[in-house]
Write a protein that binds this ligand. Structure first.
Ligand code: B16
Ligand code: MG
Length: 213
């Protein structure tokens, strides 16, 4: 079935479980400022940038916040989040992820990360997966985060491949939108598994080794 030359992986929620750390840090911040926040709202934060995530949380606030206040809140959340990241080790890489990446690369696929996160370098370093990829495109290099296709287009460019030759693996509605807007085929996992727009539905990342020859 596969004519793909490259695979672009979302990071948070696809390669690792940092999505839970995002939730815990946003939840602590929301509780502190008295804004209701739950896992349902949290689903809308998948794949979108830090400041856009804060704007979604503050939709339920009873007062408005200045840009300076919002910047301070985002910094506070990020410091809490980075506290979780600092404790991660290669043992936090979910079972089968390292083997799946190695198998796909051995089959000749070029592998990239396409993540909205500005913390991508820290996460990949903590998990020991820097050398598993041919290219990384992340939130530090883009002006428009998912659902804009910019980060995936940059990843494909770094792989020197056309979007039509790449499969994007995503856990977020915003990420699937970004992939499709960029002309990529999408595989959905986790929260995006049942997204009607994905071509492949994955129960685990290792399913890719059965799908891709
Ligand atoms: P940061 P992904 C995204 O990562 C997260 O899913 C999203 O929840 C987060 O707001 C965004 O990164 C920015 O993260 O605050 O670390 O820059 O799913 O695109 O890998
Ligand atoms: Mg994600």
């Amino acid at each position: 079935m596969s004519g793909y030359k490259g695979i672009i992986f979302d990071l948070d929620g696809v390669l690792c479980h940092t999505d839970e750390y995002h939730y815990l840090a946003w939840k602590a911040l929301a509780d502190k400022i008295g804004v209701p926040f739950d896992r349902q709202v949290n689903e809308r934060l998948r794949g979108v940038s830090r400041m856009e995530s804060l704007d979604i949380i503050l939709e339920r606030a009873t007062r408005s916040y200045t840009d300076a206040e919002k910047a301070a809140l985002a910094t506070e959340k990020n410091e809490m989040y980075r506290g979780f990241l600092a404790k991660m080790t290669p043992d936090d890489l979910p079972t089968g992820v390292g083997e799946t990446l190695a198998t796909l690369r051995a089959r000749g696929y070029r592998l990239a990360i396409g993540s909205s996160s500005r913390n991508t370098p820290l996460i990949t370093e903590r998990l020991g997966i820097v050398s598993a990829f041919d290219a990384v495109a992340d939130g530090n290099e883009i002006t428009h985060s998912k659902p804009d296709p910019e980060v995936f287009l940059l990843a494909a460019e770094k792989l020197r491949l056309a979007p039509a030759d790449c499969l994007v693996v995503e856990d977020a509605e915003s990420g699937v939108s970004a992939a499709i807007a960029g002309g990529f085929t999408a595989a959905g996992i986790g929260s995006a598994k049942d997204d009607p727009r994905v071509t492949y539905r994955l129960d685990a990342l290792s399913d890719l080794t059965a799908l891709l020859p």
